[in-house]
Design a protein around this ligand. Structure first.
Ligand SMILES: Nc1nc2c(c(=O)[nH]1)N[C@H]1C(S)=C(S)[C@@H](COP(=O)(O)OP(=O)(O)OC[C@H]3O[C@@H](n4cnc5c(=O)[nH]c(N)nc54)[C@H](O)[C@@H]3O)O[C@H]1N2
Ligand SMILES: Nc1nc2c(c(=O)[nH]1)N[C@H]1C(S)=C(S)[C@@H](COP(=O)(O)OP(=O)(O)OC[C@H]3O[C@@H](n4cnc5c(=O)[nH]c(N)nc54)[C@H](O)[C@@H]3O)O[C@H]1N2
Ligand code: SF4
Ligand SMILES: [Mo]
Length: 678
């Protein structure tokens, strides 16, 4: 029996430290690592039985070739050897390049594993062969663009600082489900007397963590933030000394924008009573060290980046950054300490090729001119995709505009490879399936987008079945494609060492400790919170480089339908990861609806309804919930098709591939639907 230190690989800001117990080449137990500065010894419910996922009988263990129809199931596949599988893929790539041009190959991958080696494993390979590469915008680039607009390259605040705050706002973050370990810091602050506000569209799992709740209309938070600043200015609560020293654009904001955003006007946009807006503004401005934890919900709208810019301005106006415990955490991913760019091989120049925003997968598979029609550059002139390589992602269920995605995946003239741990919905459309390792079966290194602890994962057990890691497959494909870059000959261990040793930000001691397997919380520079790394050296409420330089309110898109549809995160799964687990609940996908709304549509508790819009229709059972705001409908989780309420489609049949206002991000929350009883 032996214990290994490991990192949880999933797309979660907590990037927890794990202790993995191995006996006889099997993981028998997983627990939270006590010495991890953010995990502090506890795991979320999803991961307490990680060993059941690693050794699940449902794991894919050999390569498979489809011999039957697309889109049906695993019985349409037969087992083949790795050699046969890789040979087929390489032949297809060569044929596709010769016949249609290299951009006819499309790579699609995301963060099934967050490992710094295995997540971007294909970035350079697909650029090197001239394929259509992807812009990784499925998650929350609009939020990052907003932070960058206001704070440039400023180092993100350490989450643990929130322990010293006297007022914490969990703003569009369902922390119990999505950032559980931050609540440790929140609870320490609460014990010291802090108040905790949650700003969301509905009552989430995180409800009980808060002392105060604010429910906004979807997509309206920009107006709320401006309303708070209106009151802060009106009541002389702004920190003028701080603003004069550190903020650009406050005068213009007060003159041109804030006068409109009176509490009554803001209330009419957000649906929040004016007295609640007043109370929040006063509490926020009078707190000594207010801390905002900004989640991604608010950024996934057509106005998402602008809303986030407005929220980012709040700590500037009250000077929160000066005080221990004060500030705003949007994401720590901008503050990279590993030299992750090594995986991109930036020194190798290759001809510019087509880049597809991830949200346009369905659009591009069904319409070769889609990028051009969206006003994007397409160096291929609009060549159809004939070969698709998917890894670490399940787009048949998680990508927006699902009807287009599935229509594209069904094309007979599309050759699809899926590298996966389980038979997901995307696998059903594959021509070749490759079995993937789990995080304990290969080597990798992880940093986090929610905190500053870095840790290496050294292989704890041999691969299950014949599974291989992303890097092992990609480097083998490179070899078979006769690419002779020394990069492709590197092992995962060598890549890890390279990313650590070539980091200019890690001290020698930190490097040594990380490589020897310690969990290392990196040291941040002194006074980093007030070192604003923007062109002006100040916080840029007014950023002259933006199309709209001064922060303001913009409306979300909407679809002209009567209900906003909120697809929140389910605590049991992570995007569609963990759907391979067994669940007691026979009905995983439900729709929560306010009973007063339901009555208007003659809908009863327990009725099966159709929710629909221009993009699709989904059948789902209604549950009454008086805590759901009028005019919104709530469903949790992006479930596999077999777990969905509808036989034919998942929830993303309703969501759109419209981009956010910055960063070509997803607008998963910016969806409206109508409802009918069936
Ligand atoms: N259990 C679990 N954990 C996860 C995930 C999961 O699916 N399940 N997903 C992982 C991934 S990939 C990510 S990116 C993160 C995301 O984690 P979060 O940052 O928490 O983002 P979301 O869960 O998308 O949205 C958070 C909240 O925003 C709310 N919201 C939606 N629209 C609005 C709005 O207009 N205003 C306000 N104020 N709130 C709004 C939603 O109701 C939701 O409760 O979580 C990660 N962790
Ligand atoms: N409606 C709606 N849709 C959403 C969201 C939402 O809130 N609402 N959230 C969106 C967000 S924020 C995100 S980030 C996306 C994420 O969407 P996806 O990128 O599709 O993420 P997952 O569904 O977690 O799928 C990851 C897959 O990778 C596999 N995997 C795990 N480890 C490895 C590995 O080492 N190698 C390989 N090859 N495979 C591996 C897992 O088995 C899993 O099937 O979903 C988005 N979709
Ligand atoms: S909270 Fe996130 S990082 Fe931690 S164990 Fe759970 S899924 Fe993994
Ligand atoms: Mo995400």
């Amino acid at each position: 029996m032996r214990e290994y230190t490991n990192i949880c690989p999933y797309d979660c800001p907590d990037a927890c430290g794990l202790v993995v117990t191995v006996d006889n080449n099997k993981v028998i137990k997983v627990r939270g690592h006590k010495e991890h500065a953010f995990t502090r010894g506890t795991l979320c419910p999803k991961m307490v039985h990680y060993e059941q996922i690693i050794h699940s009988p449902k794991r894919l263990t050999t390569p498979l070739r489809r011999v039957g129809k697309k889109g049906i199931g695993i019985d349409q596949f037969e087992r083949i050897s790795w050699d046969d599988a890789l040979h087929t893929i390489v032949n297809n790539f060569k044929h596709t390049i010769d016949t249609y041009g290299s951009e006819s190959i499309l790579r699609y991958s995301y963060a099934g594993t967050m490992g710094a080696v295995n997540s971007p494993a294909g970035d350079y390979f697909f650029r090197r062969i001239g394929a259509t590469n992807q812009d990784r915008g499925i998650c929350s680039p609009a939020k990052q663009a907003a932070f960058r607009s206001v704070y440039g390259d400023t180092i993100a605040i350490k989450p643990q600082e929130a322990q010293h705050s006297d007022l914490i706002i969990l703003w569009s973050i369902n922390a119990i489900a999505t950032d559980l370990h931050f609540l440790h810091d929140v609870n320490v602050a609460k014990q010291r007397g802090a108040t905790v506000w949650v700003i969301d569209t509905h009552k989430t799992y995180t409800y009980d963590q808060a002392t105060h709740h604010v429910y906004v209309k979807p997509g309206s938070d920009g107006a709320l933030a401006l309303g708070l600043m209106h009151i802060i200015h009106r009541d002389d609560l702004a920190d003028i000394d701080f603003i004069q020293r550190y903020v650009q654009g406050y005068e213009e904001l007060v003159r041109d924008v804030l006068p409109t955003f009176t509490p009554d006007y803001v209330s009419s946009i957000c649906g929040v009573p004016a007295e609640v807006i007043e109370a929040l503004a006063h509490a926020y401005a009078k707190a000594k060290a207010p801390f905002i934890r900004l989640g991604s919900g608010v950024s996934r709208y057509g106005n998402g980046s602008m809303s986030c810019r407005c929220i980012n301005a709040l700590p500037a106006v009250v000077g929160a950054w000066q005080h221990l415990g004060g500030g705003l955490l949007s994401s720590a991913s901008s503050s990279q300490y590993l030299n992750k760019s090594f995986m991109q091989q930036p020194q190798v120049v290759t001809p510019a090729k087509r880049l597809m925003p991830m949200i346009l997968l369905g659009d591009l598979l069904t319409n070769p001119k889609a990028l051009l029609e969206h006003g994007l550059e397409d160096t291929s002139g609009g060549v159809p995709v004939h070969s698709l390589y998917v890894f670490s992602s399940n787009p048949a269920i998680t990508a927006p505009n699902q009807n287009f995605v599935r229509q594209g995946l069904m094309r007979d003239d599309l050759f699809t490879v899926v590298h996966e741990r389980f038979f997901t919905d995307t696998c059903a459309y594959a021509d070749i399936i490759l079995p993937a390792t789990s995080s304990v079966e290969s080597d990798d290194i992880f940093n986090s987008y929610g905190h500053y602890t870095i840790g290496a994962n050294y292989q704890a057990i041999p691969p299950v079945g014949e599974s291989r890691s992303n890097w092992q497959v990609i480097s083998e494909l490179a070899r078979r494609m006769r690419l002779d870059d020394p990069f492709f000959k590197m092992t995962e261990l060598e890549l890890i060492e390279q990313m650590v040793r070539s980091s200019s930000k890690l001290s020698q001691e930190e490097q040594d400790r990380i490589l020897q397997g310690d969990l290392v919380e990196v040291e941040l520079p002194e006074n980093y919170k007030l070192d604003f790394k923007t062109p002006s050296g100040k916080i840029e409420i007014l950023n002259p480089q933006e199309n709209i330089p001064l922060i303001t309110y913009r409306e979300p898109y909407g679809d002209g339908e009567p209900f906003w549809l909120i697809v929140g995160n389910d605590i049991r799964i992570l995007d569609s990861s963990f759907c391979e687990m067994e669940f007691d609940d026979l009905e995983l996908m439900k729709l929560r609806m306010n009973p007063d709304d339901a009555r208007l549509y003659n809908i009863n508790d327990g009725d099966v309804v159709e929710i629909y819009n221009i993009r699709g229709t989904v059948r789902i059972k209604v549950y009454f919930d008086a805590m759901v705001q009028r005019g919104t409908l709530v469903t949790l989780g992006v479930w596999w098709q077999s777990q969905s309420s509808d036989d034919a489609v998942g929830i993303n049949a309703l969501t759109a591939s419209r981009p956010t206002d910055a960063g070509w991000g997803s607008t998963f929350y910016d969806v409206q639907v109508n409802i009918r009883k069936i």
